[in-house]
Write a protein that binds this ligand. Structure first.
Ligand SMILES: [Zn+2]
Length: 122
């Protein structure tokens, strides 16, 4: 994305109009995807991030997906919350974060039994 933006700005600074840039053979797929390819390219050059799959495909950009934020901490985890992962600094497998549950009913039975048996406070 930053490379594409740099390329577009370089072409435009070099004296090409947005229509001339959109007419380059590299942007044929984009012209097929949208009648306003020159506008799309100009917007990208100014920092716009295209979201439509058709536009991203035509530009060779990876598609964007919606990701649900973690209901517990609000950030996005690439691993499930509480999943065990290798921690290079600790040089051992650790649980990313202690698992927390909204209430007892959303807790797996096995874990609930373990907590009761071990008298763990929630
Ligand atoms: Zn989280």
């Amino acid at each position: 994305m930053p490379e594409l933006r740099r390329l577009l700005n370089a072409l435009h600074d070099g004296g090409l109009s947005w229509r001339a840039i959109a007419a380059l053979p590299e942007f044929e797929p984009l012209r097929a995807a949208t009648p306003a390819a020159h506008v799309t390219l100009q917007r990208i050059a100014r920092g716009h991030v295209p979201r439509a799959d058709a536009i991203r495909d035509a530009l060779g950009l990876p598609r964007l997906v919606m990701v649900q934020a973690c209901p517990e901490c609000g950030s996005v985890h690439l691993h499930a919350h509480g999943e065990r992962v290798y921690d290079p600094s600790a040089q051992r497998v650790v649980r990313r974060r202690p698992r927390r549950y909204r209430d007892l009913f959303s807790m797996p039975v096995g874990e609930l039994r373990w907590m009761v048996e071990n008298r763990v406070e929630m």
